[in-house]
Design a protein around this ligand. Structure first.
Ligand SMILES: *Cc1c(COP(=O)(O)O)cnc(C)c1O
Length: 308
């Protein structure tokens, strides 16, 4: 029998960071190691895909289709999740496909995913009725999962995720890309404690709006106990500063927690910097969600040998 998700037999560990800066500011930092749940469907992707895959199957679809860039963790995770659920998958990829696929896309095709390149100009309109109709004409029936898996089903999975974590904390922290994870965290906290997102793309207003819209859609109401730190994108999505790369390497080595610089590196960099700037009152406990993404490291290294 095909199964997704195969529920992890033990919950991922909670790791406390032992660090001088934290100590001196009276702040505790706990890391929920969701990177360890599943080798291919790790971190937040497992939680965002779980009800999407379940719903696709319940509604009798045999194919799921979604969108992403050539280095998308979402596309990679979707390929593995769909395969283990016995579903076919189609990944609509922004831009042209290189003659030699990068390791992320190679892994996706190895898990049975059909890749469909889409020009950047068309990709901007990828979820328009006309484009979806054309995709249906090409591929037949499919269950559509938006880019990043950030729909109400993805939000639901992340809401249940945060609610299931057995830890005392004051602020739950996560990186923000398409916003579904933070929206789920906000929904799961249901007005209690606080959520802090670290934006990994440029354009704070845009992220803020997107998360607020997802929360409204899922909860039918707004919450105000959350915030996105806008100044830690290091130039934008998949852009890195030398400072960020150095921090990521040092933190990974010191605390034995693997990080990549696109999401989790920016999250921990931001938390460390905010602690140094006395942003948190002494006595605060932070819970950082390790959202995974480590399978992308191989692709990143191939792309940027020089910096990694
Ligand atoms: C996709 C991804 C995110 C972003 O999550 P969103 O729900 O899109 O905001 C964060 N961290 C990692 C490692 C990811 O792969």
């Amino acid at each position: 029998m095909h199964r997704f998700p195969a529920t992890p037999s033990t919950p991922p560990p909670l790791q406390e960071i032992d660090d001088f800066t934290l100590c001196s500011r009276g702040v505790r930092l706990l890391v929920h190691r969701a990177d360890l749940i599943h080798p291919a469907v790790s971190g937040n992707k497992w939680h965002k895909l779980r009800y999407n895959i379940e719903t696709a199957r319940e509604r009798g679809h045999d194919t799921v289709l979604s969108f992403g860039g050539a280095y998308s963790n979402h596309i990679h995770a979707l390929a593995a999740a769909a395969q283990s659920a016995g579903l076919k998958s189609i990944g609509v990829i922004r831009g042209e496909l290189a003659a030699k696929l990068n390791p992320m896309l190679r892994a996706a095709t190895a898990q049975g995913m059909t890749l469909h390149p889409m020009s950047r100009s068309r990709y901007r309109d990828k979820e328009s009725a006309q484009t979806i109709e054309e995709l249906r004409a090409l591929f037949g029936d499919f269950f559509l999962i938006p880019e990043g898996g950030s729909n109400a089903l993805g939000v639901r999975g992340c809401a249940e995720w945060i609610a299931s974590i057995d830890a005392r904390f004051d602020i739950a922290c996560c990186p923000v890309g398409s916003g579904g994870t933070l929206a789920g965290v906000i929904a799961g906290l249901a007005g209690h404690r606080r959520a802090l997102g670290v934006g990994v793309l440029k354009g704070e207003a845009h992220l803020q709006e997107r998360v607020a819209r997802l929360v409204q859609e899922y909860c039918g109401r707004a919450y105000s106990n959350w915030h996105i730190a806008p100044d830690y994108h290091h130039g934008g999505y998949a852009k890195f500063s030398p400072e960020l790369l150095a921090f990521t390497r040092r933190f990974s080595a010191r605390h034995d927690i693997p990080l990549e610089p696109i999401y989790t590196g920016k999250l921990f960099f931001a938390l460390h910097d905010l602690v140094e700037r006395d942003y948190f009152v002494p006595g605060t406990t932070l819970l950082a969600l390790h959202t995974g993404g480590l399978q992308g490291l191989a692709g990143l290294r191939e792309r940027a040998m020089a910096v990694m």
